[in-house]
Design a protein around this ligand. Sequence first.
Ligand code: ADP
Ligand code: MG
Length: 509
Amino acid sequence: PGASEFEDWLAAERELWRRRCVEVLVRGSESLAHTGGTHEASALAARALALEPTSDRALGAAIRCMSLAGDRAGALELFDRFQARLAEELGTEPDEEVRALAERIRRQRGVRPEVTLTWPDGEPVVRPPLEGRAGEMGRLLEAVSRSARERRAALLVVEGESGVGKTRLIDEVVTRLRLDGVSIASARAVEADCAEPWSGVLAIARGGLLDAPGIGAAPPDALGALAAVLPEWSERFPGAPPNDAVPPGRALAEILRAAAEERPVVLAVDDTQWLDHDSASALGAILRDLSGAALSVLLAVVPHPPRAELDELRSRIGRDLSGEALRLRPLDRAALRRLAERMLPGYEPVAIDRVTRRVATDSAGMPLLAVELLRAVALGLDLGTISEAWPEPLRTLDQTLPGELPDAVVAAIRIGFRRLSPAAQRVLAAAAVLGDLVPAGVLEHAVSLGPDETGIALDELEWHRWLIAEPRGYSFVARIVRRVVERDMVTAGQRQRVLAAAGRPEPRY
Ligand SMILES: Nc1ncnc2c1ncn2[C@@H]1O[C@H](COP(=O)(O)OP(=O)(O)O)[C@@H](O)[C@H]1O
Ligand SMILES: [Mg+2]
């Protein structure tokens, strides 16, 4: 009897410790994932799930990490297996929270896993992890959750030069918030938008707002105002009488108000320096009128050309508006080193040191260039054979011409290009010729591929972060990369054919 009592005690004690371990692992995983350490977070979640294969929280942490790492299909597969295991072993279901999370992952726009993991020749590729932004991520996420908690509008501004990582940072933030069930409306302005009244507000209205719960409760004339100009809104709200009496900015404000009643809302605008004047002023009005709403406005902006409306807005932070203004700096040595370690898995520490030093010099810590260089090194570029370093590391990338880039960076871009699948190379070349915000249909025409083939190529390009997608079309992640591709990878004949097929006499810059 004594022995069995002891065994019962031991079993109970083990169970208790196992639970505690799982708890600690899951919490660690959640907080790492929160600030960008997806890879490490993923390892912790996996250990938690191994210890307790039927833990909802461990499973939740695991699929969140997989989804953040871009492996949507893997996450859903894991969830399905978990669901089956629970049904079989316990006769239960995953809890509500995990099911909702899985549903949100399911609804995310799919990136095909087969293009995510290998180069066309079968070599594995490491997608550059987010490095060196834990502090910024933490501040932005905390500000959004404060705004949601206190029902107070907040303005978050992320400022920095081209290539420093603004788009990536707001992308990572928005992805996390979306997984948490926050409603997102996002858009990216391009240079041509500047002169187009309301283009920004309309892009925002097309950028996910239709998926936000609660919008149906907005006043009919607000819905009608968008329905009058945007087909997707008139399709969704056929009953709302189209009207053009309500200005789009006003309509957006009312719809955001209705959405924020239901769920916290984040309105994210990238490259805000190109926003048209009406839309920029509308953002100010929205923040004023919706000051008591769970709404965060997240703006990424290059400090030039200067925009008075935006300066005015930012100056309200800390006065009548809560929020954050962050200035992104180039990555420091430690972050570059971690990036090198992750992107060059088989390398010895000495080799990592050497590469890190060289990349730090050639990239001046600009993530755009650092990632390009490391990717090329992973594919065999020998930095040692390229002697010339960048003469002016601190010039802004937007003003840099391809001929002024360090040779190693240009070589890196070319190598990266050549390793894309043939279809992706064609699509990318066409995108370089055609300019900003090229719709998928136009690219399809320009390269004479079918919609499926084009779609797969675009996913590949998006996954490798050559292009960014927006409801209005695809753009290069960086102008300088576009210029290098256009200059070095497109022949005159190809250029002619692309322009003719797309029916465009001249590209849109
Ligand atoms: N903190 C980071 N860690 C790793 N890669 C990064 C980081 N920030 C940016 N990148 C990569 O650098 C490239 C340029 O970043 P991006 O966000 O487009 O710059 P910006 O929007 O400021 O011009 C992208 O490929 C992006 O994925
Ligand atoms: Mg950007």
